[in-house]
Design a protein around this ligand. Structure first.
Ligand SMILES: [Mn+2]
Length: 241
């Protein structure tokens, strides 16, 4: 009886769970538009459980002052198997411009210009294939993350759509978590979650866990300067559970 007892899988599993009561399957944290806010991204990742998976909702590049650092940080998480980086319209447009061989000075519009300016064309080109191959959506259990939404005519991911998707979405994919449209906080439109809280405009960088509906966020901009005084003073960090 003793031998059978020790060989039983059930006993072993029960014993394991009793020894480590905190064991649970990894959860996901979908992270809104980083837009070059590398410092905020570092702080946000530090606040998330180390075993959980991260899904970046696109638009990691452009706008902020730490574009290359943000790209390196996210790519490192991708390489280590912890994160998925979804394609945003900014990543798509940068690849398009690189392929067309357009000089940054010939394109005064902001979209793509910041990354050109900070990295230079040669370093931008090193990222070309990585950015081109980024996936358009991440499918979870009962939820999906994508940059902007789905084209209501085809229900394929669309990297620029807004109102047309918000109005037409019929819950066919469950909860849809998107970035792309900045706002003062996380917003819900039916089963659509709008996650971009404008980190690069002085708002927050937000992470949302679809399994628990928990939210964590940090200020997008350091309180002073480029260094990170927030950890010392705690003033620039906020956490919403
Ligand atoms: Mn966008």
């Amino acid at each position: 009886m003793t031998e059978a007892h020790f060989k039983g899988n059930t006993w072993e599993e029960t014993s394991f769970l009793m020894t480590f009561p905190d064991q649970r399957p990894p959860r996901h944290w979908v992270i809104g538009d980083v837009h070059g806010c590398a410092d905020a991204l570092q702080w946000l990742v530090a606040r998330l459980p180390p075993g959980d998976r991260l899904v970046f909702c696109g638009d990691v590049i452009n706008r902020g002052s730490g574009i290359e650092a943000a790209m390196e940080l996210v790519w490192d998480l991708v390489r280590r198997g912890r994160a998925v980086w979804l394609k945003g319209n900014h990543e798509r447009d940068l690849v398009t411009r690189l392929d067309l061989g357009l000089a940054p000075t010939s394109h005064p519009d902001l979209n793509g210009n910041d990354t050109y300016r900070q990295l230079g064309v040669a370093r931008c080109r090193l990222w070309r294939d990585r950015l081109d191959q980024l996936p358009l959506a991440y499918w979870g259990q009962g939820w999906v993350a994508t940059h902007a939404g789905f084209d209501p005519r085809t229900w394929q991911p669309d990297l620029n759509v807004r109102l047309a998707f918000w109005q037409a979405y019929d819950n066919r994919f469950g909860e849809v978590i998107v970035g792309h449209t900045p706002g003062p906080g996380l917003r819900r439109l039916g089963s659509i979650v709008l996650l971009d809280t404008g980190a690069c405009y002085g708002g927050d960088l937000t992470a949302y866990c679809p399994e628990t509906q928990e939210t964590r966020r940090v200020s997008g901009l350091p309180a002073t300067g480029r260094h990170l005084p927030a950890l010392v003073h705690g003033s620039a960090l906020s956490c919403v559970l």
